[in-house]
Write a protein that binds this ligand. Structure first.
Ligand SMILES: NC(=O)c1ccc[n+]([C@@H]2O[C@H](COP(=O)([O-])OP(=O)(O)OC[C@H]3O[C@@H](n4cnc5c(N)ncnc54)[C@H](OP(=O)(O)O)[C@@H]3O)[C@@H](O)[C@H]2O)c1
Length: 325
């Protein structure tokens, strides 16, 4: 990997998370110095895996932040030319208090990060949004492949109590508004369901989805799935849109637009020894499949790791880390 980041200091919020750890790993390999944020500096489950990455000893400094505490965020961003804002609660399970558990940290947290970035002279912010800010979008025309122009339907989400898509959509919209009003350079990555070798000792929501499937779960994630993507490719996408000044707007980040049913069928084919449920192929009503759904990132040079390899890497990771036998 080229050392394009040598001498540059960037901040990664949510560094301890599954995607964050991969991003820190690739940024270190590229020569960057990183201010990584965690929620609790004294919790080894958040810090140890980061501190053991190659280059971390000399070029990774960890900061404790809370997304609702502006000063903690500003301290982490101070001295950085770029910010990768990943930290956000990520759960598709039932939550008791959506405002407190999902919406406030996602939306107010994003605005805190952007405000600090603007005040401290950051040149570019990469925001990790999601396909959950693109879909569910039941009014999108059935004969049109979903693109970055498509936005999640907030009313549909409210009616169905889909709080995670609401949190990601409103956070991304708030970021675009801030960028326009205050003149801050923001670029967005919208990953699908992210899986692969898990670096932290705990699993993120998408790896838990896969684990549950391998244990026989029949959920179809109708409102949450649009395609899978490897951890490495999501991290690379963040770096590509950061380094390519021509990159603008949103970037759908999936190896292909596909249905959860396609994914499940591939897992069953690769791992017949597990109790994989047989689900219909079309699990996302009206979603048109597309091999080059992430065309914008492909045009920037990203060659996506195919679904088969994503599954193999993810399952082997679950096994080697003792989450399943
Ligand atoms: N996983 C996917 O399939 C997927 C798909 C699309 C987009 N995304 C987005 O990618 C980002 C990272 O997700 P992930 O899959 O890597 O999940 P993850 O492993 O759960 O990471 C989330 C990170 O955010 C931090 N965080 C959460 N709430 C916080 C708060 N109130 N204050 C400070 N930090 C907080 C977490 O800190 P702790 O470690 O202390 O909890 C963790 O570092 C999120 O923005 C998520 O919405 C994920």
């Amino acid at each position: 990997m080229s050392k394009q980041g040598e001498g540059l200091v960037v901040c990664v919020t949510g560094a301890s998370g599954s995607i964050g750890s991969w991003l820190v790993n690739l940024l270190l390999a590229r020569g960057y110095t990183i201010h990584g944020t965690v929620r609790n500096l004294r919790d080894e489950k958040e810090t140890k895996h980061l501190e053991s990455l190659e280059g971390a000893e000399s070029r990774l400094r960890l900061f404790q932040i809370d997304l609702l505490d502006f000063d903690s965020i500003a301290a982490a961003i101070n001295g950085c030319v770029g910010v990768f804002h990943l930290a956000s609660p990520c759960s598709v399970d039932h939550v008791h208090d959506p405002q407190k558990e999902l919406l406030d940290p996602a939306i107010k947290g994003t605005l805190n990060v952007l405000t600090a970035a603007k005040q401290l002279g950051v040149k570019r912010v990469v925001l990790t949004s999601s396909i959950s800010a693109i879909s569910p979008s039941p009014n999108w025309p059935d004969d049109k492949i979903k693109t970055e122009e498509c936005w999640t339907d907030i009313e549909y989400c409210k009616q169905n109590e889909l709080w995670y898509p609401i949190s990601k959509t409103l956070a991304e919209k708030a970021a675009w508004e801030f960028s326009k009003e205050k003149g801050l350079d923001v670029v967005v990555v919208n990953p699908g369901t992210v899986m692969g070798p898990n670096i932290p000792p705990t699993l993120n929501a998408s790896m838990v989805m896969l684990l549950r499937l391998l244990q026989g779960c029949t959920e179809t994630y109708q409102d949450f799935f649009m395609g899978s993507v490897h951890f490495k490719d999501v991290a690379l996408a963040h770096i590509l849109v950061y380094e390519n000044k021509s990159a603008t707007g949103r970037h759908l980040c999936v190896e292909a637009i596909s249905h959860y049913g396609d994914f499940v069928a591939k897992v069953a084919e690769l791992y017949p020894e597990y109790n994989i449920p047989s689900l219909p192929r079309d699990t996302q009503p009206g979603l048109l499949r597309a091999k080059d759904g992430a065309k914008k990132l492909m045009d920037l040079g990203l060659e996506f790791i195919p679904m088969e390899q994503i599954i193999k890497d993810a399952v082997e990771s679950l096994k080697s880390k003792g989450f399943m036998s």
